[in-house]
Unconditional design. Structure first.
Ligand SMILES: Nc1ncnc2c1ncn2[C@@H]1O[C@H](COP(=O)(O)OP(=O)(O)OP(=O)(O)O)[C@@H](O)[C@H]1O
Ligand SMILES: [Mg+2]
Length: 302
């Protein structure tokens, strides 16, 4: 379970006159996401969605509030290698009993993040990209570490899962945009995380590919749903129909500073049809909300 409590993020920025000024990117966001759910964060550009996602991943520290994942405080990304793990323990040894508790266990590689633009390494082939992720994560206790052939097998297994088996030895530049996104997905899934955080994962592909990728994501998520390790997905998107189609809940952010404007549950059973009346109705409600915000904004600016 992911629990965000009163998250705030304040940036100091230098304005065009060379003076420091403050900018609140995220304001008082509290959100609880149960295991195995898909939640979309939707909102206008610049409202703090990416910032909030990075705070969830521990890539940025919030200026206010706390994130707990499965009851553990997120202070920064968990270490990925054994060396980092040792350094980590040392660093937090004296800081607080709480932090000690967090890092006493072996690192749990619970989170995988898919960034929009830099999702894969261009100088590695598809399979090398996946293997690299697995090697990085190969920091568990000695007995559980994967051997080289196990890494290769696992990488191939996840490439096949996203139908990229035949492209294993191609470089990302030789793949289409949709394939690159699928590769990013394979890489995220290969480490068998509990949580996948996605920042506009399908923004760069055409509408048809996008729909295919959404279905693929849902299929892969569904496979884990009844297992002991159901994947939780938090996805940032600009696309209202996408958010409604894939999600159990859509969290609508207000324009800057980002606060939660509405939380809209999508209680429509799966598999869903894109044209289902219930889904369309929810989409229209969200569009109406955005329209209302736009009208308000233009009234203020007159
Ligand atoms: N490192 C930073 N320093 C200063 N300001 C920042 C920094 N990162 C983000 N911001 C500001 O915080 C606000 C939120 O940015 P963020 O990237 O989270 O928005 P977003 O909702 O993801 O937007 P988009 O939909 O366009 O990706 C923006 O006004 C941005 O300029
Ligand atoms: Mg963003």
């Amino acid at each position: 379970m992911i629990e965000a409590k009163s998250i705030g993020k304040f940036f100091s920025v230098i304005n065009e006159k060379g003076l420091a000024e403050g900018l609140t990117a995220v304001l008082n966001v509290s959100l609880t996401i149960p295991d195995g759910k898909i939640v979309s964060l939707l909102g206008p550009s610049g409202c703090g969605k990416s910032t909030f996602l990075e705070i969830l991943a521990g890539l940025q520290a919030p200026t206010d509030g706390t994130i707990h994942i499965d009851g553990k405080l997120v202070l920064e990304p968990l270490p990925a290698t054994r060396k980092e793990q040792i350094a980590y323990r040392r660093r937090y040894r004296f800081i607080s009993p709480l932090a000690n508790g967090v890092f006493r266990d072996h690192p749990k590689h619970d989170i995988a993040m898919i960034f929009q633009d830099y999702a894969v390494f261009p100088w590695m082939t598809a399979i090398q990209n996946v293997e690299f992720a697995l090697k990085l994560r190969n920091a568990g206790p000695a007995g559980k570490r994967l051997r080289r052939n196990e890494i290769q097998e696992k990488a191939a297994f996840y490439l096949n899962k996203v139908d990229l088996g035949v492209f294993a030895h191609k470089y990302p530049s030789q793949l289409s945009g949709g394939m690159r996104q699928r590769l990013a997905l394979a890489r995220a899934l290969s480490v068998e995380p509990k949580i996948i955080l996605m920042d506009e994962p399908f923004a760069a592909v055409d509408a048809l590919t996008r729909e295919k990728l959404q279905d693929e994501l849902l299929r892969l998520w569904d496979e884990t749903k009844n297992s002991s390790n159901p994947i939780t997905i938090v996805m940032v998107t600009h696309d209202v129909p996408e958010a409604v189609y894939v999600s159990d809940e859509v969290v609508v952010f207000s324009p800057s500073p980002g606060t939660i404007r509405n939380r809209i549950p999508v209680d429509v059973k799966r598999p869903r049809a894109r044209t289902e009346a219930e889904l369309i109705e929810i989409q229209e409600r969200i569009f109406a909300m955005f329209q209302y915000d736009l009208n308000q904004e233009s009234e203020y600016s007159i």
